[in-house]
Ligand binder design. Structure first.
Ligand code: A3P
Length: 317
């Protein structure tokens, strides 16, 4: 399904639509997308060809995408660049690992990604249910999914939107945004179907999909640096482990390091669907920060929703 700009506009009009959080969302294959993002989702679906060596980083927004980009980039490139020379010290992680629908294929662009040296690392927020067959069936490329507790996810999303001037000013907006989040009408929502799509795929084939939780990485990052490296086929040698390479990678990619770098405090993404400040990707990075933001009633509502949606799936967050 090839869609030029005006064709896309026409197509967009045929989809169920809802306003939420100051944006117009359309429902496509069961998920809610902002129009600008959906255009990229469809163009990507139609044109992308996966290579067996590709690594796809998948997240729902604010689950820790920036961290996962930094980690995978530095693990894969650790022999090419020593830690003090790492491009991560001079570039925002989003410039080193591009988003598929939101950057490379945004607004219907079809980029030349064939010549990117392998392994190509790409990031996406697209739910598994909307990924093309070239990723799911026809290639042995690998997917790393990073999940996060929905209470922190919502909290982080609202701070991000406010910081970038993308959240509506009206006092009732917060209640409206929370309601939309619980109804699943949020960027790339419903969050439960997003998470369950990758969760079930990881159970079916753990060589294809590595399912990670933000909270686990916060608890024991060194073990997860090793796990991610092994999954990608870039495991650490005993010598590297003895020399402390795992810890060095973890430290380089930590919020404490990245947050204070010049490259992450100036500028922002200009070639993406939305213009956002690089600094807005680095906030507190705390597990449970929702307690400073959500009322007990909101927290209970979300927890009950999670219980209902994740019941009998084995997924706990
Ligand atoms: P908080 O808003 O809770 O602080 P994303 O990268 O998907 O947009 O997610 C952003 C969230 O990840 C923010 O969470 C941000 O602070 C946190 N984050 C960014 N870089 C991180 C890092 N290196 N380590 C841990 N958390 C990080």
């Amino acid at each position: 399904m090839e869609k030029k700009d005006d064709q896309f506009e026409e197509f967009f009009k045929t989809l169920p639509q809802k306003h939420a959080c100051g944006s117009l969302f359309a429902q496509y294959k069961g998920f809610w997308f902002d129009g600008a993002f959906l255009h990229g989702v469809i163009t990507f679906y139609n044109h992308f060809e996966a290579h067996n060596s590709d690594i796809i980083l998948a997240t729902i927004p604010k689950a820790g995408t920036t961290w996962l980009k930094a980690l995978t980039f530095s693990i894969v490139n650790r022999k090419k660049y020593s830690i003090p020379d790492s491009p991560l010290l001079f570039n925002n992680p989003h410039l080193l690992v591009p988003f598929l629908e939101a950057s490379l294929y945004n607004k219907g662009k079809v980029p030349n990604v064939k010549s990117i040296p392998s392994p190509r690392i790409f990031a996406t927020h697209i739910p598994l249910q909307c990924l093309p067959n070239t990723i799911l069936g026809n290639s042995s490329c690998r997917i790393i999914y990073l999940c996060r507790n929905p209470l922190d996810l919502f909290t982080s999303s609202i701070h991000f939107l406010i910081q970038n001037g993308l959240f509506p000013q009206e006092p009732e907006s917060m209640d409206g945004a929370f309601e939309s989040f619980c109804e699943g009408i949020f960027q790339y929502g419903p969050f439960w179907d997003h998470m369950l799509g990758y969760w079930e795929a990881s159970i079916k084939d753990s060589n294809k999909v590595l399912f990670l939780k933000y909270e686990d990485l916060k608890r024991d990052i060194n073990s997860f640096v090793k796990k991610i490296a092994e999954f990608m086929g870039y495991g650490f040698s005993q010598l590297e482990e003895d020399e402390g390479m795992v810890e060095q990678v973890a430290k380089l990619c930590s919020l404490e390091t990245l947050k204070y770098l010049d490259c992450n405090n100036k500028g922002g993404s200009s070639h993406s669907v939305i213009k956002v400040a690089f600094r807005s990707f680095f906030r507190k990075g705390k597990v449970g920060d929702w307690a400073n933001f959500l009322t007990p009633t909101m927290a209970k509502r979300l927890e009950d929703l999670m219980k209902e949606k994740f019941k009998d799936t084995g997924l706990t967050l």
